[in-house]
Design a binder for this molecule. Structure first.
Ligand SMILES: CC(C)(COP(=O)(O)OP(=O)(O)OC[C@H]1O[C@@H](n2cnc3c(N)ncnc32)[C@H](O)[C@@H]1OP(=O)(O)O)[C@@H](O)C(=O)NCCC(=O)NCCS
Length: 178
């Protein structure tokens, strides 16, 4: 099955082997690692190589996973956004990370809206989509608000962090973006 989602400025497609090096480079930026590594600092090339392998493995195991985000104007790989539910996760999440050179353009919400529409369509019984966000991650909270997610009272503990669970219900989502 070929999956290709087009938005105004972006192309979303399954994360592929060819994206691994771009992904590692993004993850080794301090601004990205702050909320996406156990220490809050960039991890080694080898650790990020294995993390990238887990994104490919997620597609193999679940049949869905993060989308690579390509910028239409340049063709550049600019991040990864999409559905993600590794074992032990508190629900089906829409996650987002955009390369810092492209921050502030609204790419994450643009890709997230398309991803969540795809996810609710793919899973007709899915009652809500979540995003797991560090209480200090203001940028990510801004994205969650832009796509209509609200902070719940649920906490998910991971890597020693107490993360907030944000969520949007299916009905409210489809009324706004469907
Ligand atoms: C969170 C993230 C995906 C947002 O991507 P984005 O495409 O820049 O999203 P937006 O353009 O909507 O910007 C979101 C917020 O980031 C902040 N922001 C925007 N440009 C910025 C910049 N150049 N520098 C610092 N912060 C910036 C603003 O607070 C903005 O909210 P606002 O539009 O209400 O002012 C991105 O910051 C990122 O990849 N962060 C690191 C990885 C991460 O934390 N992922 C989420 C884990 S839960």
């Amino acid at each position: 099955m070929t999956i290709r989602i087009e938005t105004e400025r972006l192309i979303l497609r399954p994360f592929e082997v060819k994206d691994v090096e771009d992904h590692i480079a993004m993850m080794q930026d301090e601004r990205i690692a702050r909320f996406l590594s156990p220490s809050g600092k960039p991890r080694s090339y080898g650790e990020e190589w294995r993390a990238a392998a887990s994104f490919l493995g997620h597609w193999a195991i679940r049949g869905y996973g993060f989308f690579s985000v390509d910028e239409k104007e340049t063709g550049d790989w600019v991040g990864r956004v999409g559905p993600w539910k590794p074992g032990g996760w508190p629900g089906l999440e829409c996650g987002w990370s955009i390369a810092p050179s492209r921050w502030g353009k609204g790419y994450a919400p643009e890709a997230a809206i398309a991803s969540v529409n795809w996810t609710f369509d793919r899973f007709p019984d899915l009652a809500r989509i979540i995003s797991v966000i560090d209480p200090e991650n203001a940028n990510s909270q801004a994205v969650a608000r832009k796509i209509g997610e609200e902070k719940t009272d649920e906490i998910f503990e991971f890597w020693g962090f107490r993360l907030d669970v944000w969520a949007a219900d299916r009905e409210a989502w489809l009324a706004r973006f469907g």
